[in-house]
Design a protein around this ligand. Structure first.
Ligand SMILES: Cc1cc2nc3c(=O)[nH]c(=O)nc-3n(C[C@H](O)[C@H](O)[C@H](O)COP(=O)(O)O)c2cc1C
Length: 334
């Protein structure tokens, strides 16, 4: 049932979802400190690695002594490209390789990668089996429910992943055609879990720790993955793990900034810090004004000054909820 047993090494069943431009070494380290059960990099191009791009390598950097297992997510046109890339992935100290089969973005689909792989489960089995045979690291996959509502190939694709020896399948409960519209189909995720012979990880629209626990219990999935919910509430994994939380936004920002400065130049640090602070203020009065002010900040110090002002004003207010019907970051690579 558990194939090679990788899942037994997860700290808990509340995992961080991979997010392009976000789940880099700094964000993953922070989420590790927040007790996330498993950490996964953003999608990395196998071809990019093959050509030895420094930027691509940087996306895979892993912090020292992680408290749980860390995976590197790859996408690629051919199984051979991925097998070749895994040689470089191994040098990072990653615990497993995850294949992206959920990306709906045209540029990726056109090459037959991402969600396009779900259109032909028989080919998928060959593709994944070739990778599995060619690498030493454990293999996992992340997919959607299918190409569109008429092509819900999830059951067949999960079986293909099982037959190829994958450790688990993470499912974002939307079709490729849906993008980020509508709601993630947790009934279908539960049905897949019921039939599957390998661990199933459910994903989509989890916005609070209470919801995460409810999904886990109601669907019987082996773990849940949280993406955007962790941007709005970086403490969510501690809440899931019932660890007491003190929401000190400014301290958190300072800590994140220090991590950025260790890893990036000032320009990249500024860009990432602005993004992170904008997520933290969502839902509070004055948040949109704050977000606009970020564009006028030219240094990290200026961002921190704005943040200090902002959080001193909202300190006494209740923490804003991330509402179910609220649209937030309606696009991504999976
Ligand atoms: C900005 C952004 C970037 C994303 N990048 C990736 C990615 O690189 N690989 C991937 O498998 N999924 C990616 N996703 C999809 C998420 O992992 C997740 O499946 C999706 O956001 C639904 O979960 P959520 O509602 O908890 O956010 C991305 C999502 C967002 C919002």
């Amino acid at each position: 049932m558990t194939q090679g047993g990788l899942i037994a090494r997860a700290r808990n069943p509340f995992w961080l979802a991979p997010m392009a431009g976000i789940t880099d070494v700094c964000f993953r380290r922070l989420m590790d400190e927040m007790q996330a059960g498993v950490l996964i990099s953003e999608l990395v191009s196998a071809k990019g690695l093959f050509f030895n791009s420094e930027k691509t390598k940087k996306m895979m950097r892993i912090h020292k002594n992680p408290g749980t297992i860390v995976g590197i997510q790859l996408f690629g046109e051919s199984a051979e490209d991925i097998v070749n890339a895994v040689n470089i992935v191994e040098e990072t100290g990653a615990d497993f390789v995850d294949i992206n089969m959920g990306c709906p973005v045209k540029k990726v689909i056109k090459k037959g990668c991402g969600a396009a792989l779900m259109r032909d489960p028989a080919y998928l089995e060959t593709f994944l089996s070739t990778i599995k045979k060619g690498i030493r690291l454990p293999l996992t996959v992340k997919m959607r429910t299918g190409w569109n509502e008429n092509e819900l190939t999830i059951h067949e694709c999960v079986e293909a992943a099982y037959q190829s020896g994958c450790e688990w399948v993470a499912i974002h409960g939307r079709t490729r055609a849906q993008g980020y519209e509508g709601k993630a189909d947790w009934d279908l995720i539960a049905e897949v879990k019921h039939r599957a012979k390998l661990p199933i990880i459910g994903n989509g629209d989890i916005r609070s720790a209470a919801q995460a626990k409810k999904r886990l219990q109601e669907t019987g999935v082996d773990a849940v993955m949280i993406g955007r919910g962790a941007l709005r509430n970086p403490w969510i994994f501690k809440e899931c793990a019932d660890v007491p939380v003190e929401r000190a936004s400014l301290e958190l920002l300072t800590h994140y900034l220090n991590g950025l400065l260790e890893n990036y130049d000032l320009r990249s640090t500024l860009i990432m810090l602005r993004k992170f602070s904008s997520w933290l203020v969502f839902g509070y009065p004055g948040a949109s004004k704050f977000r606009k002010s970020m564009f006028e900040c030219n240094t990290a110090d200026e961002v921190m000054q704005q943040a200090e002002n902002f959080f001193s004003h909202v300190a006494k207010l209740p923490v804003p909820a991330f509402e179910d019907n609220e649209e937030f970051m309606m696009g991504g690579h999976g």
